[in-house]
Design a protein around this ligand. Structure first.
Ligand SMILES: Cc1cc2nc3c(=O)[nH]c(=O)nc-3n(C[C@H](O)[C@H](O)[C@H](O)COP(=O)(O)OP(=O)(O)OC[C@H]3O[C@@H](n4cnc5c(N)ncnc54)[C@H](O)[C@@H]3O)c2cc1C
Length: 412
């Protein structure tokens, strides 16, 4: 195993692989470490949705950059990456949610997102599996897209990073972080030590634990999220639009000629990996199909093809929720050389191209090309969170995804 690197990335999920690729592209000798196989934990379980309507300007910029990156991936890296440019529909069935869509569409339009309000007939033309009865507002975002099999993005990053000279170190757990005079000097792993002045904590559901190795507080709470994919359904085609029914926090997209359904239950399961055995992996997250059955029942009137459709796959993993629903990206304010890329609150897969690029610029050039002040780890400097507070905040953020009262639309 190598003994020195300019930067060590802990975690080879979407965020770590993207950061590692971009650091290597900027000329850094990078090692990307993972305790398991690369790209094997939460990221390959994602729905693969990319979405331009975000809750604020920083995330909108990241989403714009991310969509540009995945649609130009082969030209930039030489590695092919299939994406499906389906566009998406954000749909409201209550007056409050319709108001929320109008507000968000106006704000996002102001940040350069191309979108249009459409009527029920047009919504059905874009997504023929959608029955528009009772729809009060629908916003079409033509540039939204999805990646059919999320693992293809991870394989593409991996290949692109290795082509740029990054070193992948799989099946190697980081068990310590060396500090000298308040600065990072290396990592201790299950296979030996690597000296480095820069560590990036991209450890997903384990990010808080990895932070503790460097005496850093990384306030994230993992919360379970699940989806299902049906067997093929007649008439469903890949290019039909992604549909989000925001009053019930459910998303549906074409998948493998059937439909994918996922959503946000009001009573989610927080799942702190710190309470699990050391060898815990995402395979150990308990799945509960009754959650998806309940969510499915809330949209079957508008998407009748879901009723009784046989399920081909049911999968789930852990979101990393933060107390304020924002990403945690940037340098730790007190530990020099300790950087964080986590806290995606459910949008880490789609924002990973932008987050990885901007973080790498920040590390190498001293500043990011997108202002990420709202995501900076320093905002939590004066706060401490016990397990119970983090759990309560994570559950609240998850359960209020598309919440008129909270006045925002976020993530998926
Ligand atoms: C069902 C589901 C659907 C989703 N759909 C979407 C979607 O459509 N769009 C979207 O944007 N997001 C989606 N998400 C969220 C998205 O998947 C996550 O935000 C994203 O994958 C997080 O990436 P990550 O790199 O932080 O985590 P991971 O992919 O989990 O990677 C973290 C890695 O760190 C490694 N690691 C941890 N500790 C150590 C250690 N001590 N030493 C070495 N390695 C370590 C782990 O082994 C792991 O491989 C979804 C999530 C789920 C569960």
């Amino acid at each position: 195993m190598l003994t020195e690197a300019d930067a060590v990335v802990i975690g080879a999920g979407a965020l770590g692989l993207s950061a590692g690729y971009h650091l290597a592209k900027l000329g850094r000798r990078v090692a990307i470490l993972d305790q398991f196989a690369p790209g094997s934990q939460t990221s390959p379980r994602a729905a693969g949705l990319f979405k331009l309507i975000q809750g604020d300007q920083a995330r909108t910029r990241l989403a714009q950059l991310s969509i540009r990156t995945v649609t130009h991936f082969e030209a930039e890296t030489g590695v092919s990456l299939p994406v499906t440019r389906s566009g998406s529909l954000m749909v409201a069935r209550t007056p409050e949610h319709a108001d929320l869509i109008y507000t968000e569409a106006q704000r996002s339009g102001g940040w350069g997102v191309a979108l249009e309000m459409v009527d029920g007939g047009e919504a059905r033309r874009l997504a023929p599996f959608l029955q528009p009865d009772g729809i009060r507002a629908a916003c079409h975002t033509p540039a939204d897209l999805y990646i059919e099999e999320p693992s293809s993005l991870l394989h593409a990053y991996l290949q692109a990073a290795e082509l740029r000279g990054a070193t992948m170190v799989p099946h190697t757990r980081v068990i310590g972080i060396r500090l000298q005079n308040g600065a990072v000097s290396g990592v201790v792993t299950s296979q030996g030590e690597i000296g480095t002045p820069v560590v990036i904590d991209a450890a997903g559901a384990w990010a808080r634990r990895v932070g503790e190795l460097a005496t850093a507080t990384v306030p994230v709470m993992p919360v379970r999220h699940q989806l299902l994919i049906t067997e093929p359904i007649e008439g469903v085609e890949a290019e039909q639009a992604i549909v989000r029914l925001i009053d019930t926090a459910v998303y549906v997209r074409p998948a493998r000629r059937g439909l994918m359904l996922g959503g946000f239950e009001a009573d989610p399961l927080p799942f702190d990996v710190a309470c699990q055995r050391e060898d815990f992996s995402m395979d150990g997250v308990p799945l509960d199909s009754s959650v998806l059955r309940r969510l499915g029942a809330t949209v079957e009137g508008n998407i009748p093809a879901l009723r009784g459709a046989p399920v081909q796959e049911h999968r789930g993993g852990l979101f990393t929720m933060t107390p304020d629903g924002q990403l945690i990206v940037g340098p730790h304010p007190d530990i020099r050389g300790f950087w964080i890329a986590t806290g995606c609150n459910g949008s880490g897969f789609s924002l990973s191209p932008g987050v990885g690029q901007v973080l790498a610029e920040w590390v190498v050039e001293g500043r990011p090309s997108i202002d990420l002040a709202s995501c900076a780890p320093a905002r939590f400097r004066a706060q401490s969170f016990d397990d119970q507070q983090l759990r309560a905040a994570g559950v609240w953020q998850y359960a209020h995804y598309y919440e008129p009262a909270a006045g925002r639309l976020t993530n998926l």
